[in-house]
Design a binder for this molecule. Structure first.
Ligand SMILES: *Cc1c(COP(=O)(O)O)cnc(C)c1O
Length: 589
């Protein structure tokens, strides 16, 4: 079926005069107006180092990229005129093998030409004063009832480039500082040039994290160095709650690679005196700046005093992250939910038994998936906890094993628990790798008490299986490091209940005992770090022993009531449709 890419109208008889050839593709429209809007209308350019659209595009590493993919999908559903820009990352982020309980790293190649087409035009930029050619692949995401949003994947693997330059867009988050800066030059500066070459009219530039903030230098150059004019065009979303996490480069390196796109003095004035801080550059050149959860905004204000930082709390794309059995239920009882996730507030329309049946279907599918991947059989009648996200220190994947005696005792005396883990560690993150080893050691150590598995090669497909098929979604980050977190929102869409440290989005999502449970004290409470750790660990076990396990096994009605609250009080708000409407009214318009 042919769909008008602007208004979403199905076209039974496409008309020759409302056809357009652009960017090497043919598009059909319902009439002159949509055609004109598509060819000449202003768009929001959404820049992100990673965008996770589907599992076969290996252009994401974790939450940041998956969020960017959900931005694209919700924008298309809501007919927000947006175009995405990212790197093609043909060698991917990382293919994870787990051998003898340890992570082994492999490249994770993908072949863009299998899925997407090449743009006819290339652009050129300068790195170390040598010309580097950039091409782009275009992917069109057509929403079933909404509009079309294109994503450009920039690629320097072009004939005529030096062998080294041909690799710039190969490895997501790979290489050294120099490699990273080259990637950010291609993303920021190459991205702006490519949008122009591809005839996109851009009204706003949205930087998803600071990696792309060199785009503002290209805009300064195009706007006669008027920073106010650039500021008017730019929106910046920061995702990093700690100073050390922000991308920085020495000016020696910057000058060597970048030359003088803008005079060094101008660059220092906006990007910091001592070194180029990509976050600071973005802060100084954007009119609208936001954090990704209220708590993260508050923290960002302390990191960057004097800036006006707003907040738009993250969300996830409801349709993408709802499993088949729950989609069927929502279609039946809450028609229209996928494009109006607010309707999930009416979850009480759905009979309890049907919620439970849909959940058990998802749970059995997960158990089957685990069996296929690992050969291990999990029991669908046992309370199952899920923990899956990037394996890195602050996520504290092993917090559950802080007190083994207590964990064993709870399992033997109170009720059985089993845990499914997954997540990749960055190749250079030895702490993250160590956490994976420890979990595998625990699996061995506790094998007669509780069943544990660490699934290999976490990706979006596995994320959707896990966040729909477990009973409880566990999250134990070290505050304030979790800027938002989104996997718990995916869980909520499937009636899975969150049990999490009060950090990031969960500060806004948690109503104790109603929408889920908190682990540890309120972030507002003024406590010593040691006392905080102690309370986190005590509450983790206390709530498992006294609240969660008894409710699951002996009070199923109350459990289902909480599942419904997860849908009706969490998913109905923490979705990317609400998020994109907020960006539209607060930042884009
Ligand atoms: C949603 C998602 C994440 C984000 O998980 P958090 O728990 O929010 O960090 C990471 N990786 C993949 C593959 C995801 O789908």
């Amino acid at each position: 079926m042919i769909i008008d890419p602007v208004c979403g109208l199905p076209l039974t008889e496409p008309k020759e005069e409302y056809k357009a050839e652009v960017r090497g593709k043919t598009y059909n429209f319902c009439g002159e107006y949509c055609k004109h809007v598509f060819l000449h209308g202003n768009r929001i350019a959404y820049f992100s180092m990673e965008i996770g659209l589907e599992k076969d595009f290996h252009t994401y590493s974790g939450g940041l990229g998956v969020l960017a993919g959900d931005v694209i999908k919700s924008s298309a559903d809501l007919k927000i005129p947006l175009v995405g820009v990212t790197l093609v990352s043909t060698k991917g982020y990382l293919k994870q093998e787990i051998r003898d309980g340890k992570q082994i790293d492999h490249p994770d190649d993908w072949t863009p030409s299998q899925y997407i087409s090449e743009l006819p035009k290339q652009v050129e930029l300068k790195i170390e004063n040598r010309p580097v050619k950039v091409k782009a692949w275009i992917y069109d995401y057509q929403s079933p009832r909404g509009s079309l949003v294109s994503v450009l994947f920039l690629d320097t693997d072009v004939e005529g480039n030096t062998p080294e330059d041909r690799e710039i867009t190969s490895f997501l988050y790979g290489g050294d500082r120099e490699y990273r800066l080259k990637q950010e030059i291609v993303l920021g500066i190459g991205g702006v040039k490519m949008l122009k070459a591809a005839d996109f009219n851009i009204g706003k530039y949205h930087m998803n994290e600071g990696h792309s903030s060199l785009l503002t230098l290209e805009l300064l150059r195009n706007n006669g160095k008027e920073v106010d004019a650039v500021r008017d065009l730019c929106i910046f979303t920061t995702h990093t709650p700690v100073a050390a996490g922000h991308d920085k480069f020495s000016y020696d390196l910057v000058q060597r690679l970048l030359g003088n796109v803008v005079p060094l003095e101008t660059l220092k004035a906006h990007g910091g005196q001592d070194q180029l801080n990509m976050t600071r550059l973005a802060l100084n050149t954007s009119k609208y700046v936001n954090g990704v959860a209220k708590r993260h905004q508050e923290f960002s204000l302390t990191l960057f005093p004097g800036y006006n930082i707003s907040t738009v709390t993250n969300g996830v794309h409801s349709f993408t992250w709802t499993c088949d059995s729950f989609r069927r239920l929502y279609n039946q009882y809450l028609p229209g939910w996928a494009n109006e996730p607010e309707l999930m507030v009416r979850v009480e329309c759905i009979p309890d038994e049907e919620i439970w049946l849909a959940h058990m279907e998802a749970k059995e599918q997960l158990m089957q998936f685990v069996r296929e991947r690992s050969g291990e059989q999990f029991d669908p009648n046992v309370l199952t906890l899920g923990f899956a996200r990037r394996a890195t220190g602050y996520k504290r994947a092993t917090l559950l094993f802080s007190n083994l005696k207590r964990l064993e005792d709870i399992n033997k005396r109170v009720g059985k628990v089993q845990v499914i883990y997954a997540g990749k560690a960055h190749p250079d993150d030895w702490m993250g790798k160590r956490l994976i080893e420890e979990i595998n050691e625990m699996k061995e150590y506790l094998k007669d008490v509780m069943k544990i598995i660490y699934l290999e090669n976490y990706d979006m497909e596995m994320a959707s299986k896990l966040t729909s098929g477990v009973d409880v979604w566990l999250n134990t980050p070290l505050p304030p490091f979790e800027a938002s977190g989104t996997s718990g929102m995916k869980a909520a869409h499937n009636g899975v209940i969150n049990f999490s440290v009060l950090d990031g989005w969960w500060v806004e999502g948690c109503i104790e005992g109603i929408t889920g449970w908190a682990i540890g004290p309120d972030p507002e409470e003024n406590l010593e770090e040691a006392e905080r750790r102690h309370r986190e660990i005590t509450q983790l076990y206390d709530k498992l022993e006294y609240l969660i396990i008894p409710k699951f096994y002996r009070n199923r009605d109350d459990w289902i009531h909480m599942m419904k609250n997860s849908v009706g009080k969490v998913a109905y708000y923490f979705n990317s449709h609400r998020m994109m409407r907020r960006y539209t009214t607060e930042a884009y318009l």
